[in-house]
Design a binder for this molecule. Structure first.
Ligand code: SF4
Length: 201
């Protein structure tokens, strides 16, 4: 069962995140990055943590990897403003190091509250950290990407490669991360179209 932080609205959660000092990352951030997009979205995209550009501007997925992410969405006519985009961790770990378990644990109630309020049908986990954490599994992203998993409250989880991984693997040959991502985003688009037909969501 997902826990909401009291009866806060999405905007109030964002304000709480911006003022948060629960873990040491508050002392090295320029800006917390709560996430952005539609609060009525049928899908939430969850990355790992803000990078350098995101930290400077307080917005998710706007650096090089974020620009590639936007192109991936555009390729199947998904508009960024129609979906909700966020990260597991709302503040940048210095030097983009992996977040610690305790940092993730302290930050998780914010993500859970955002999920509970938006109540999406689908969560797309981007990369290893959100995938392993939300699925409570040690399987790497290469093994689980492009598959559907049942999660809390009837929500489905659909893991995909993180766009920063795609930047490090430019090839588009069959079986390459980019080619597999093209398959995955088309599958996501199919599922979203199905949802719109079935539920109008
Ligand atoms: S990472 Fe999360 S828990 Fe840590 S200071 Fe930022 S918002 Fe608070």
């Amino acid at each position: 069962m997902l826990e909401k932080i009291g009866s806060l609205s999405m905007d109030e959660i964002a304000e709480k995140i911006k003022a948060c000092q629960k873990c040491p990352l508050f002392s090295t951030r320029h800006n917390a990055v709560p996430g952005e997009g539609s609060y009525k979205s049928p899908v939430i995209f969850v990355g790992e943590a803000p990078g350098e550009v995101e930290d400077l501007h307080g917005k998710p997925f706007i650096g090089k990897a974020g620009q590639l992410f936007s192109k991936i969405l555009q390729s199947v006519k998904i508009k960024r403003e129609d979906v909700f985009i966020t990260n597991m961790l709302k503040c940048r770990p210095p030097g983009n190091r992996n977040p610690s378990k305790s940092e993730i644990g302290l930050c998780l109630p914010y993500l859970e509250s955002q999920i509970a309020l938006i109540n999406p049908k689908i969560i797309v986990t981007l990369g290893n950290i959100p995938t392993k954490y939300l699925l409570n599994s040690q399987e790497g992203i290469t093994k689980v990407r492009g598959q559907w998993f049942d999660w809390t409250g009837g929500i489905k989880i659909f893991p995909m490669f993180h766009p920063s991984y795609l930047l490090r693997h430019e090839e588009t040959t069959p079986g390459s991360p980019k080619e597999l991502t093209w398959k995955d985003i088309k599958e996501l688009k199919r599922a979203l179209s199905q949802l719109r037909n079935d539920f109008g969501k």
